[in-house]
Design a binder for this molecule. Structure first.
Ligand code: FAD
Length: 571
């Protein structure tokens, strides 16, 4: 038990505040002191862009707990504007500076919890320290950005970095009427998903007027008079802007831990065991500052997300109070809103799997988020990554206007439960036409992946189609009207419904790569062809995924019946 123990906590937001609250719930007698160098504790970092964008109008809504409320409810000694300077492990004490008075003092501890988070990276380019160049982590950062936008109404902003904070800020600034240029070093935004899944985000950003500068970096920033900056780009161009948001990633804050000679892991985070204990058993660490075990790969990783930080705080508190509680790895389940789209992911992406040399296969499905015949159905794209031998789910990504969160959450839970893609076929999810389909997108993904493993649906991918050899033939089984909107170069068109009567037109010595708009009719074509003695593969995800992989928009709309079930029945 933590009875009578003095527990000091460094950092008063997600991980730190969760630890403090759980500690108090478990142990009335512990003395708990929480140090936070900023002015606020327990605020909603995740909500900061939405206040700048005026979606969350009242700032107070972001303050989940004030120091006074925390003290009253949890009897925690909260000390804001208090920076912890050093850890003296030998004497089990902290050196603390009261930032208001400048006074330095020492506080002894029995147990110490570090939750200092991760700091935004400022790339080493000239001018990055200019007054109008912001990062976004705290309420203070948010206030400064909002004040500038409210008072100066700058016409143009440059957002550097297309991760979730950059995307949310680009949207917030567009909402505030600014012309936004988004500069991203990679050829895609949202690097946690694969390029073809990021492509719809590019379209969405551009359709809202965001100038997307991919494969581009900032090489310098000059102050250009009192109200403007000139941002130099690696492509030789420049942009003028009233403000710059630097959102190129975060790095764990490990200075205190490093100076105290606590073990730092290979990825640069504080090393902890499953109990969230550092290399010193009296010191725990949680949140963005720690390295975690990746749930799928089993490797060490830095995955800075709010859910893990909160759960780790709980685990640390349990163990401090004598319970045996273990943090079981991080899966990287995350979601981001980009105007009317949502993009979500769980597990490893294909880029990671390739880099790791891990065996994997992938399928794409593009079903409607609820029954296609019920008004308002919208199409989503869902990518499922799995082990082609044992069916283990390795990761999933989805993008669409509705229902993306539900599908990725279901798959995330299935992964935690150790389920296979074959078992996804059987998950029974709630259904009525306004909410889903009798065959949910999750079932669909399970059907498609299981058909691949069983051999019922040999597949190929857009990258295979790019270098089609002579012994393969491309067969477009869509209707001529759809083909008019564009097809894959070299493809022969035989609509699915004519296929049985036109089999004699197909070469028996070539493998046929069949495709349709989203992969469903391509699958049906393959079933016809393989039972007629042809060798055939279906292009998974169809022409839609092919176009996304090529980085071009699909012109032909997906026919409504392809958004329904594969047998055409309505339920
Ligand atoms: P933090 O919440 O950063 O808290 C650490 C605190 O420690 C800081 O307040 C810092 O001032 C304090 N501190 C550091 N060193 C000292 C010291 N020496 N002395 C005293 N105090 C110190 N995650 C999601 O899952 N979903 C989202 O939608 C999402 N959106 C986000 C949007 C933004 C703009 C930001 C910035 C983050 C977002 N995150 C999101 C990430 C999420 O907020 C973090 O993963 C989470 O807050 C990490 O918790 P933490 O306790 O480790 O660190």
């Amino acid at each position: 038990m933590a009875d009578g123990k003095r527990v000091l906590i460094v950092g008063g937001v997600a991980g730190g505040a969760s630890t403090a609250a759980r500690l108090r719930r478990l142990c009335e007698d512990a003395e708990i002191v929480l140090f936070e160098r900023g002015e606020h504790i327990s605020f909603a970092n995740c909500g900061l862009p939405y206040h700048i964008g005026n979606i969350i109008k009242e700032k107070d809504r972001l303050l989940v707990q004030t120091p006074e409320q925390m003290t009253k409810r949890f009897r925690v000694d909260v000390r804001v504007r208090s920076q912890v300077l050093r850890i003296d492990r030998r004497n089990k004490s902290l050196a603390v500076r009261d930032l208001a008075s400048g006074r330095e003092y020492t506080e002894p501890y029995d147990v110490l919890v570090l939750s200092p988070g991760a700091e935004p990276v400022r790339p080493p380019v000239a001018g990055v320290g200019a007054r109008r160049v912001f990062t976004l982590r705290s309420i203070t950062d948010m206030d400064a950005i909002k004040k500038l936008v409210d008072e100066e109404k700058p016409p143009h902003a440059v957002v550097v970095g297309g991760g979730y904070i950059g995307l949310e800020m680009a949207e917030a600034l567009v909402e505030r009427g600014l012309q936004v240029s988004l500069v991203e070093l990679l050829p895609q935004v949202m690097g946690t998903v694969d390029p073809e899944m990021a492509f719809p985000l590019h379209q969405e950003l551009r359709s809202h007027g965001v100038e997307l500068l991919l494969g581009t970096s900032v090489t310098g920033i000059q102050e250009n008079g009192p109200n403007a900056l000139t941002i130099q780009l690696s492509n030789g161009q420049s942009r003028d802007a009233g403000l710059v948001i630097m959102s190129v990633g975060v790095r764990p804050e490990v200075n205190l831990a490093r100076e105290a000679e606590l073990k730092i892991g290979d990825r640069g985070g504080i090393a902890v065991n499953g109990h969230m204990q550092t290399s010193d058993p009296s010191i725990y660490a949680v949140g963005d500052a720690v390295e975690v075990v990746d749930f799928v790969g089993g490797h060490q990783a830095l995955i800075p997300l709010a859910g893990p930080a909160n759960r780790q705080g709980r685990v640390a508190a349990d163990n401090i109070c004598g319970r045996d509680s273990t943090y079981h790895s991080t899966q990287g389940t995350a979601i981001c809103k980009v105007f009317s789209l949502a993009v979500a992911t769980t597990g490893l992406n294909e880029k990671n799997l390739k880099r790791m040399g891990r065996r994997y296969e992938k399928v794409y499905v593009h079903p409607a988020h609820h029954a296609g015949y019920y008004p308002g159905a919208s199409q989503m794209s869902l990518k499922l990554l799995f082990d082609p031998q044992d069916g283990r789910i390795l990761g999933a990504q989805a993008v669409g206007t509705s229902g993306v969160d539900k599908r990725i959450d279901v798959i995330a839970v299935a992964m935690r439960a150790g389920m296979t893609v074959q078992q996804l076929q059987d998950v029974e999810l709630c259904y009525a036409p306004p909410f889903g389909s009798a065959k949910d997108p999750v079932n669909y993904a399970g059907f498609a992946a299981s058909n691949v493993i069983s051999g019922d649906m040999p597949i190929c991918h857009s990258e295979d189609v790019a270098d089609l050899s002579n012994d393969r033939m491309l067969l477009d089984v869509r209707n001529p009207a759809e083909v008019k909107g564009g097809t894959i170069p070299g493809a022969v068109n035989i609509p699915l419904d004519d296929l049985r009567t036109r089999l004699h037109e197909l070469p028996s010595d070539k493998e046929i790569v069949a495709f349709c708009q989203v992969g469903l009719r391509g699958y049906l074509a393959c079933r016809i062809l393989s039972q007629a003695g042809f060798r055939c593969r279906n292009l998974t995800g169809g022409y839609k995924t092919y176009c996304a992989a090529q980085g071009v928009g699909v012109q032909a709309a997906t026919p409504a019946r392809e958004l329904k079930s594969d047998t055409g029945e309505k339920t």
